[in-house]
Design a binder for this molecule. Structure first.
Ligand SMILES: [Zn+2]
Length: 285
């Protein structure tokens, strides 16, 4: 039996993404840094909040969407889903989604949990209740927080997507180096050749507060222009994984059909295959 692992577009085994919250004025500067290094990010916006910057339709297009970044839901009023009753949680997410889709003139399907998110359940509810309504609201994924994911694994549950680390994590540069030094080739033990993701999150206003924009420049310059890495937004990663999961195999695993609109890449015993949309390929013996 052969070992088959997903590979990102271009056959790459590594991806990098970023997620920044609250739609603050410093997001523009952060997006410019990502653009300078060819990186992609997801920016999680609330609705209009007093005292907060509000990016107009034109600004969202110019600074974020036209540069390939994603805008995602962060709750209309930034209320933690674990603290709101179900009906309030639904309203927070739906209101935010409707308003952002209007402002972005596009379909918004991603989310980062606001505040303490699903870490504290002050409403005495369960994570399953929240996941259920997010699914019904067509929220494809939601970023959580509270643990270091320095094994760089993709989530089993996209509604509890644990990032690698916050940029303020004292080990962040160590994690970046660890990620870069991973050699996911036939030199690696076969059962560990899974695709990896470095996922950094935070708030761009923290760089002003901590006076450390150079930290982000350092992180980005280390990660930039690397042929081994796919640079993607959160939703691009989610959509690609769903497309990979849609592949259809023959019972003997030798034929693979791709019913999606994506070209899908696979690593089969360290040999790289790609399957174009609508194509069926044969895996060699
Ligand atoms: Zn927030």
């Amino acid at each position: 039996m052969k070992s088959v692992f997903m590979r990102y577009p271009g056959g790459k085994a590594k991806a990098v993404t970023f997620s920044y919250d609250d739609g603050v004025v410093q997001d523009k500067r952060l997006a410019e840094i990502f653009d300078k290094y060819g990186l992609k990010a997801t920016f999680n916006f609330n609705n209009i909040r007093p005292g907060r910057h509000h990016y107009s339709k034109e600004e969202i297009k110019e600074y974020f969407l036209s540069k390939g970044h994603e805008i995602a839901v962060h709750g209309a009023h930034h209320r933690a889903n674990g603290h709101t009753r179900t009906i309030e949680g639904i309203k927070e997410v739906l209101d935010c989604r409707l308003e952002l889709e209007e402002r972005c003139d596009s379909i918004v399907r991603g989310m980062a949990y606001p505040d303490t998110g699903i870490n504290l359940m002050g409403n005495f509810g369960t994570y399953e209740q929240i996941k259920n309504y997010l699914t019904e609201l067509d929220i494809a994924y939601a970023r959580t927080l509270g643990g270091d994911n320095d094994s760089f694994m993709l989530p089993q549950d996209f509604h509890a997507w644990m990032p690698t680390a916050h940029h303020k994590n004292p080990k962040i540069l160590e994690y970046v180096d660890k990620f870069l030094s991973l050699d996911i080739s036939d030199k690696m033990y076969y059962a560990r050749r899974v695709p990896r993701l470095l996922y950094i999150w935070g708030h761009s206003y923290e760089f002003d507060k901590d006076n450390n924009w150079e930290l982000m420049e350092e992180i980005c310059s280390k990660l930039a222009h690397n042929d081994e890495i796919w640079y993607a937004t959160n939703i691009e990663i989610y959509d690609y994984v769903q497309a990979y999961k849609s592949l259809r195999y023959s019972a003997n695993s030798r034929k693979v059909y791709n019913p999606t609109l994506y070209t899908i890449w696979l690593d089969v015993d360290a040999k790289l295959y790609s399957v174009k949309p609508g194509e069926t390929i044969c895996i060699e013996d």
